[in-house]
Design a protein around this ligand. Structure first.
Ligand code: DGI
Ligand code: FE
Ligand code: FE
Ligand code: FE
Length: 188
């Protein structure tokens, strides 16, 4: 069960717009959990809190990461946007008292993905991409796939994100490459 204060704090910390996105990810994660037969309550909590470190006001994410003893690689140091995944897992644990490692993993890897993701990891990753408020190019195809073939939907979402980041001149995180290769090698 998620207590009222936790919803209130999340809304206060991340702002109205991202809070609405988070409720969308929560609901989509629960739908997918039902289809792919994983714990719906875990999907709910992971979906709701996945962006809990995406703070409304500017905060020093590098400093916060250091305070939580998060070891950052050179891609994360160069793209502080990516820190809200691992930092989110620490905030979820220390601020929202979430100790379930499956939930914390789904929050930690929701942006980059990782090699050999659990079904819950995959559900939160893809729910973040397809929740109803998402409108970007290519979302319809990934949304259609997500309810039919979870792995294929992840490959498509990762392909789109990699193309987007390359076009923007950014660095691709190694976990994103490993996540995609792992799924691609096993694709049928
Ligand atoms: O936090 P959200 O906006 O809800 O979504 P998210 O956590 O999936 O973050 C999306 C952003 O992260 C999007 O701008 C693409 C970027 N991203 C995802 N994987 C990588 C990446 N950026 C870089 N530089 N490298 C990656 O591997
Ligand atoms: Fe995020
Ligand atoms: Fe995402
Ligand atoms: Fe998100």
């Amino acid at each position: 069960m998620v207590e009222d204060w936790a919803y209130e704090k999340l809304k206060e910390d991340i702002g109205e717009k991202r809070y609405i996105h988070s409720l969308g990810v929560m609901n989509t994660s629960m739908e997918l959990a039902k289809i792919y037969k994983v714990d719906e309550e875990k999907a709910k909590i992971a979906g709701l809190f996945h962006d809990c470190a995406k703070f409304r006001e500017k905060r020093n994410l590098l400093k916060m990461a250091a305070e939580f003893d998060i070891i950052l690689d050179n891609v994360m140091e160069n793209n502080v946007e990516l820190i809200h995944g691992p930092l989110g897992a620490e905030v979820a644990k220390h601020i929202y008292n979430i100790y379930d490692e499956e939930i914390l993993s789904a929050i930690r890897y929701h942006t980059t993905g990782k090699e050999n993701m659990s079904i819950l990891d995959k559900i939160v990753f893809i729910a973040d991409y397809i929740e109803p408020n998402r409108k970007f190019e290519g979302v319809e195809e990934v949304r259609w796939l997500a309810y039919r073939d979870l792995d294929k939907s992840l490959i498509k979402a990762m392909d789109n994100t990699i193309v987007f980041v390359v076009k923007s001149g950014g660095l691709i995180h190694l976990d994103t490459i490993k996540a995609r290769n792992y799924l691609k090698i096993r694709e049928d």
